[in-house]
Design a protein around this ligand. Structure first.
Ligand code: BDP
Length: 721
């Protein structure tokens, strides 16, 4: 072999291996564009896409070009040429509607009027395929959808896809601190390298934007809801502006969390009273200053008067006063306020589950048009499973944003496999009955139920600097799934799982079918081994890692697990019916009736709404005590089953990720057993009953489980130390 050939070969191998290892690590997410091996599909695609006819334009269109080149090269093994002049037959035509030829416009005339907002149309037209939209971002979204179609190896014959985003604001919430710790983050340090910004632009920023755009996410709140006012100082605004510049061509706006006391902390004022003219002026000027640097700045996310954060109530003012003050200052710049409804007070002795509703519902209709109230999916706090938040049925005149948690604070951190779109789907498909049957939460969120002018959905990000972004390779599915549901809250979780698996790993049915099944039952498994039958908030203190149902020594009663399960020798559960806290009265009467009646209350919420004796008979005829043990065991069994499924998947997944997932499933199983043993041993001290025969005998004593300490468990902000 000549020297030249040898060098060429080694260069080839080098680049081959570097690509391979990047793919192996999971860094490329669902955008890894593996070569299509199926010859029929490949020949269909190469026949249909012999050239690309694309208009030239600014940054976003260059990105489209870049993505098409990269993707088609990966998928087809070669990138079809971009052809100038007139499109020939079998071209992919990528053009804005206004630039389509008259002939094509005529052919697509039925569909074009239906493209609104950042929507797009992908359609066969004669022998061509057209991707069109009214604006550049629509073209980018359409391109990503088209590529997704190819990645799933779906047919191009008579393709017709018309998509319009169903919600307006589709944002990630990063709970990232300026010191790069991430509150409730389990995938490494924050990806924002504040110290090096604005000069150093980490390539990851672009990859982050690209991944988000590929699923239609159009905003990012860079900082923690437990906010630092520092991010509003000039030095940081400059850094934020540098990030905004990277994200802009991907259609992503930046937002910041605004600390309510910032006028005092960085403005030198003596008060942050929202009705004080100087304070109002300070925010006005601060906001103008931000817009000077970031003309398309999105606005603020605010956590006020919650868990010790400052807010308008410190000055005897209301949430309306606080939110509207910021909204007034943002309105001239088209900015918005996302005001969080996650409030509960140590001075309020009523059921914590009732407090947000009690505080906010009477304020319906009083917020400015550019205020959205951001409501967590349930009334407590991102528990493994919660009934939908009653606020969703109660504020017809206020845009309500959904806040989901993508990071797994209460679901096993980034160690456990949990496919969250299943949880999201359950909430979005819940019926509030606010306008009779069929008043789904999804319709509240997309604004259609009450004709809201603006709508939105937020997900607390699970992203960090780990090479694969999310710690657990399957955590990527939750980022992906959140984005897909933000775009369209009606997509079935099953479809999302199917898509994501095909995009990320393999199109082989022998892989997709069993692994999809495994993903779809993973949420139920976690609920079973952590908090079955409606139990909630029984995790250990502070870090929230592992079980701690015995914890009863925290200063605030509603921080203690015993407050939530109320186990004693007679029984277990939180009575939220009219004989108890009457939290059910916050739901519409149809829903309240279902929850109030122990017979109709869905079993998965039984102990959320009812305090029941240990020998209460479940629908299957077993006692509550036995049923609890059986559920805990079922969760463990489900993880075992998942492990067995995964074991057989080695041929379909690269070695690195196969190994990572195998190890994580091992840990998940150990921790599932830990949860079952610790909880059942503890509850047994109250029930005084033998474990059901279906349950395996715990290998350690309760004292052992109670003695476990995890001082360095990840995800705690300095704030909680
Ligand atoms: C809780 C978290 C805490 C957050 C809080 C919030 O434990 O770290 O600050 O929610 O959402 O779930 O504000």
């Amino acid at each position: 072999m000549s020297l030249l050939k040898k060098t060429q070969l080694s260069v080839f191998f080098l680049s081959f291996f570097s690509v391979l290892s990047q793919t192996d690590s999971g860094y490329n997410l669902w955008l890894n564009y593996r070569k299509i091996e199926n010859p029929e599909v490949l020949s269909e695609y190469t026949r249909h896409i012999q050239g690309i006819y694309m208009e030239s334009g600014e940054e976003t269109l260059n990105i489209v070009k870049e993505e098409l080149t990269l993707a088609l090269k990966g998928l087809l093994g070669m990138s079809p040429p971009f052809v100038p002049g007139q499109p020939k037959e079998y071209s992919l035509i990528v053009r804005k509607t206004e630039n389509l030829s008259r002939e094509i416009r005529r052919k697509l005339e039925k569909d074009i009027p239906a493209i609104t907002k950042d929507g797009y149309l992908i359609r066969s037209s004669g022998k061509n395929i057209v991707i069109t939209a009214h604006n550049d971002i629509g073209i980018l979204y359409g391109t990503f959808h088209f590529l997704r179609h190819l990645q799933q190896q779906l047919s191009l014959g008579n393709i017709r896809i018309l998509e319009v985003p169903k919600t307006d604001i589709r944002v990630l919430n990063h709970w990232d601190n300026l010191d790069r710790t991430v509150e409730r983050g389990y995938a490494g340090a924050s990806i924002w390298k504040w110290h090096r910004l604005p000069g150093y632009i980490d390539p990851r920023y672009k990859d982050y934007a690209r991944a988000n755009a590929s699923v239609g996410i159009n905003g990012t709140v860079l900082t923690n809801v437990n906010a630092s006012a520092l991010v509003l100082t000039p030095a940081y605004i400059e850094k934020v502006a540098a990030l905004a510049d990277v994200f802009r061509p991907y259609g992503i706006k930046v937002y910041l969390t605004a600390r309510f006391s910032a006028p005092i902390e960085i403005g030198g004022l003596e008060t942050a009273d929202p009705l004080n003219p100087e304070v109002r002026q300070w925010w006005k000027e601060k906001i103008s200053e931000i817009y000077k640097e970031i003309p398309d700045f999105g606005g603020f996310l605010v956590k006020a008067n919650s868990e010790g954060q400052p807010g308008p109530q410190n000055y005897g003012r209301s949430h309306v006063d606080g939110a509207n003050m910021m909204a007034d200052a943002l309105a001239p710049h088209n900015g918005i306020v996302m005001w969080r409804a996650f409030v509960y007070s140590e001075h309020d002795t009523t059921d914590r589950a009732k407090q947000a509703y009690s505080e906010f519902v009477s304020l319906d209709g009083k917020f400015r048009d550019n205020v959205l109230i951001q409501v967590k999916n349930g009334a407590i706090d991102f528990q493994p499973r919660e009934p939908f938040h009653p606020m969703f049925a109660a504020m017809p005149r206020t845009p309500l944003m959904m806040e989901f948690q993508i990071t797994q604070e209460y679901l096993g951190f980034s160690t456990h496999m949990v496919f969250l779109p299943k949880l999201y789907e359950e909430v979005l498909q819940a019926d509030t009955y606010s306008h009779g049957k069929g008043s789904y939460v999804a319709k509240v969120i997309d604004g259609t139920l009450d004709n809201k002018k603006i709508s939105g959905i937020a997900g607390v990000a699970n992203i960090g600097s780990d090479i694969n972004w999310t710690g657990h390779p399957f955590g990527q599915a939750n980022w992906y799934g959140f984005g897909r549901l933000a775009w369209d809250p009606y997509i079935p979780a099953e479809k999302i799982a199917d898509e994501w698996l095909r995009l990320t790993f393999s199109n082989d049915e022998n892989f997709v079918t069993p692994v999809k099944k495994m993903l779809l039952q993973s949420h139920r498994a976690v609920v079973n081994y952590m908090t079955p039958l409606g139990l909630h908030h029984i995790m250990d203190t502070g870090h929230h890692y592992g079980p701690g149902p015995w914890v009863n020594n925290l200063s605030r009663p509603e921080w203690n697990p015993v407050y939530y399960h109320k186990a004693d020798e007679n029984g277990i559960g939180f009575d939220r019916t009219p004989t108890g806290s009457n939290a059910t009265s916050q739901y519409t009467k149809e829903v309240a009736r279902i929850f109030n009646d122990v017979e109709t209350c869905p079993e998965e919420f039984l102990l959320w709404f009812h305090h029941l004796p240990w020998d209460y008979k479940l629908h299957n005829g077993r006692t509550l005590w036995d049923g609890l043990g059986i559920k805990y065991q079922e969760g463990v069994n489900q993880v075992r089953k998942a492990k067995n499924t995964w074991k057989k998947m080695e041929p379909y997944v690269n070695k690195q990720q196969f190994g990572e997932i195998s190890m994580l499933l091992d840990i998940q199983l150990e921790e599932a057993v830990w949860w079952r043993n610790a909880c059942m041993l503890y509850f047994q001290t109250h029930s005084k009953k033998a474990f059901p025969k279906e349950m395996e005998t715990p290998s350690h004593s309760l004292e052992y489980y109670q003695s476990l300490k995890f001082p360095y468990a990840p995800g705690i902000s300095p704030k909680w130390h």
